[in-house]
Design a protein around this ligand. Structure first.
Ligand SMILES: Nc1ncnc2c1ncn2[C@@H]1O[C@H](COP(=O)(O)OP(=O)(O)OP(=O)(O)O)[C@@H](O)[C@H]1O
Length: 211
C-alpha cells in the first residue's frame, strides 16, 4: 500500500477515534445528567461518514447484485455469504438505475467498446439492481475476494463468480475495488438522508473482537 494511503487510513482512524471519544463523553454526560433511559442503538456512531472509515471495523464497501444476478434468483445467496462471513448490512435498496447513475458509476470505462452495452444492461429495466453497503474489517478487499475475478472464467471455485458465472459481461455482481471507489460509489448510490444505517450488532463481541 502506498505511504499516502497508509497516512490517509491512519488519519481517518484518528478522526474516527476522536469522534468516538467525543460521542462517549456526550453519552456519559447524558447518563449522568439526562434522563436515565439507555441511548438508542441506532445511529450510535452517527459521527461515521456514510462511506465508513477504511482500515477500521467501520470500513464499508458498495456491493451490487447486477440485473443478471437478480433475474437468476441469486440475491439471497450473495447476501447470505456476506452475512455468514460476519459482515454487517448497513444499506440495502432495489432499483433500476438511471442512465446518468450507471454512466457515473462506470465513468472510468467510458472509452471501452463495451461501455454502451454495459450501461444498457444495467439500466434497461429487464431486471433491477440490488445495491448494498456492507461494513466490517477489511470488507473492501475481502468483498472483492468473495466476488472472485472480474472474468468468471478466471474466478476460483468458492467465489460468487466462480460458482455462478461464465461470462465477463454477465458476472452478476459488483464490489468497490478501493477505499476511494467505496467512498465514491456509496455516496453515489446511497447519498440520500438515512439510507445508510449505523447499528450495533449483538454479534460484534463474537465476530469482530480481538480480546
Ligand atoms: N471485456 C468486457 N466485455 C464486456 N463487459 C465487460 C468487459 N470488461 C468489463 N466488463 C464489464 O464491466 C464491469 C466493470 O469492469 P471493471 O474492469 O471495472 O471490473 P471490476 O471492477 O472487477 O467489475 P465491477 O466493477 O463490476 O466489480 C465488469 O464487471 C463487467 O460487467
Amino acid at each position: 500500500m502506498a505511504t499516502s494511503s497508509r497516512q490517509a487510513l491512519r488519519s481517518n482512524a484518528a478522526r474516527f477515534g476522536a469522534a468516538v471519544a467525543v460521542g462517549a463523553a456526550v453519552s456519559f454526560a447524558f447518563t449522568l445528567y439526562g434522563n436515565s433511559k439507555a441511548a438508542p442503538t441506532l445511529h450510535a456512531d452517527s459521527a461515521v461518514p456514510i462511506y465508513g472509515v477504511p482500515g477500521t471495523a467501520k470500513e464499508r464497501t458498495f456491493i451490487a447484485v447486477k440485473p443478471d444476478g437478480v433475474q437468476r434468483g441469486l440475491v439471497s445467496d450473495i447476501i447470505g455469504r456476506f452475512e455468514r462471513r460476519g459482515y454487517k448490512l448497513v444499506g440495502l435498496k432495489l432499483l433500476v438505475p438511471s442512465v446518468a447513475l450507471a454512466k457515473e458509476h462506470y465513468a472510468d470505462l467510458s472509452s471501452k467498446p463495451f461501455f454502451a452495452g454495459l450501461v444498457d444492461y444495467m439500466t434497461n429495466g429487464k431486471a433491477p439492481v440490488v445495491g448494498m453497503v456492507w461494513e466490517g474489517p477489511a470488507v473492501i478487499k475481502q468483498g472483492r475476494v468473495m466476488l472472485g475475478a472480474t472474468d468468471p472464467k478466471a474466478a476460483g471455485p468458492g467465489t460468487i463468480r466462480g460458482d455462478y458465472c461464465l461470462s465477463i459481461g454477465r458476472n452478476i455482481c459488483h464490489g468497490s475495488d478501493s477505499a476511494e471507489s467505496a467512498e465514491k460509489e456509496i455516496s453515489l448510490w446511497f447519498g440520500g438522508r438515512g439510507e445508510v444505517v449505523s447499528w450495533a450488532s449483538n454479534n460484534d463481541e463474537w465476530v469482530v473482537s480481538d480480546n
